[in-house]
Write a protein that binds this ligand. Structure first.
Ligand SMILES: Cc1ncc(COP(=O)(O)O)c(C=O)c1O
Length: 355
């Protein structure tokens, strides 16, 4: 697919265009990506945005002041910030709930609950939500379910197959896969909701550029081989860390010690490359982060290169301290986005940094 690097399209005559009018509204490169990822998610419609956050923001424009949303208690910090600091100004009510315990969710639904927003597995402690159970509960109460599928990508998890209504992504991560583009995506099948998301996309204009659309399209061509490599390395890094005497706890849904391992097996076809581990203190975490050589210290995830980060002060700094403590996002927690390098090299690097 070429990059249609244009803001407008020559029209054939007055009132006659070739299907393309203005590039905020439509662009052939973006349209190709939208069709592609919608297909990967098994959705009828797809919309590409300038970032994961703008995709989530557009999705949340499906609710109005006076509506109520149930928000998973362990979503990406920026998602929580969007609810807490922005949507609350517009009268959107929300409750932060533990979606990993699907049955306990029942009590939080209100007559005005319109959406349940979940992320699974979560960032960074890899908590897993049973998508089928939550969808059944929500649908019985007239609410729709949104799933942030960034960590698994459609290669390992297709939430709509489990009843989810809307899937959102930060394409910045696995879908693009090369840490060289920021983008977001909304996939859905309901005609009316899709019409509204399209209207929001055009009205607000937070679109993915033609060049970034091209980059993410390139990413989807290697998604399968990259995800297999992330998964293979992720399993080995998690197993290594679990045996390491200086590591107190490892969060990885592929480990049998993971609290929701069985649910993960049911709804995911792999476990991916995201691993978090507890070092016990800020001082210990700092020593690991300061001493890694192959792993790069940085925010973000899902690229071919291994990234390491400190959620409490980096990605989750916007989450209040007491909430972080409840979720296990301690000062000693370190998160690794395991890349596709030779796994021996990644393990040797973590080993020497822990030493
Ligand atoms: C799970 C998840 N959702 C959404 C986002 C936000 O995406 P973006 O940074 O592309 O706006 C992130 C970013 O880290 C994320 O990890």
């Amino acid at each position: 697919m070429p990059i249609y690097q244009t803001s407008t399209y020559a029209q054939e005559g007055l009132g006659r265009n070739k299907g393309w009018e203005y590039a905020r509204t439509q662009n052939p490169t973006r349209a190709a990506l939208e069709t592609n990822i919608a297909a990967l998610e098994g959705a009828k419609y797809g919309f590409a945005f300038a970032s994961g956050m703008s995709a989530i923001d557009a999705t949340l424009k499906l609710v109005k002041g006076g509506d109520h949303v149930l928000l998973g208690n362990n979503t990406y910090g920026g998602t929580f910030r969007l609810f807490n600091r922005i949507l609350s100004h517009y009268g959107v009510e929300f409750d932060v709930v533990d979606t990993t315990d699907a049955l306990s969710l029942e009590q939080y639904f209100k007559p005005n609950t319109k959406l349940v927003f979940v992320e699974t597995p979560t960032n960074p402690v890899m908590a897993v939500t049973d998508l089928a159970a939550v969808s059944e509960l929500a649908h019985a109460r007239g609410a729709k379910v949104v799933c942030d599928n960034t960590f698994m990508s459609p290669y390992f998890q297709r939430p709509m197959e489990h009843g989810v209504d809307i899937v959102v992504h930060s394409t910045t991560k696995y879908l693009n896969g090369h840490s060289d583009s920021v983008g977001g995506f909304v996939a859905l099948s309901n005609d009316e909701d899709a019409e509204w998301i399209k209207f929001v996309q055009n009205s607000v204009g937070a679109i993915l550029s033609p060049f970034d659309s091209f980059l993410v399209l390139r990413g989807t061509k290697t998604l399968a081989v990259r995800m297999e490599a992330h998964d293979k390395n992720g399993r080995q890094v998690a197993a290594f860390l679990e045996e390491h005497p200086r590591v107190q706890r490892v969060y990885y849904p592929g480990l049998t010690s993971h609290a929701q391992h069985e649910i993960a097996k049911k709804q995911q076809s792999g476990f991916g490359g995201m691993v978090a581990f507890e070092t016990g203190s800020l001082e210990n975490a700092r020593k690991v982060l300061d001493n890694v050589k192959l792993c790069t210290l940085g925010e973000s995830l899902g690229g071919v290169e291994t990234l390491i980060s400190h959620p409490a002060t980096m990605t989750h700094a916007a989450v209040p301290e007491d909430a972080r403590a409840r979720l296990g996002i301690t000062d000693g927690l370190v998160r690794v986005s395991v890349g596709i390098e030779d796994v021996e090299d990644i393990i040797a690097d973590l080993d020497q940094a822990l030493a």
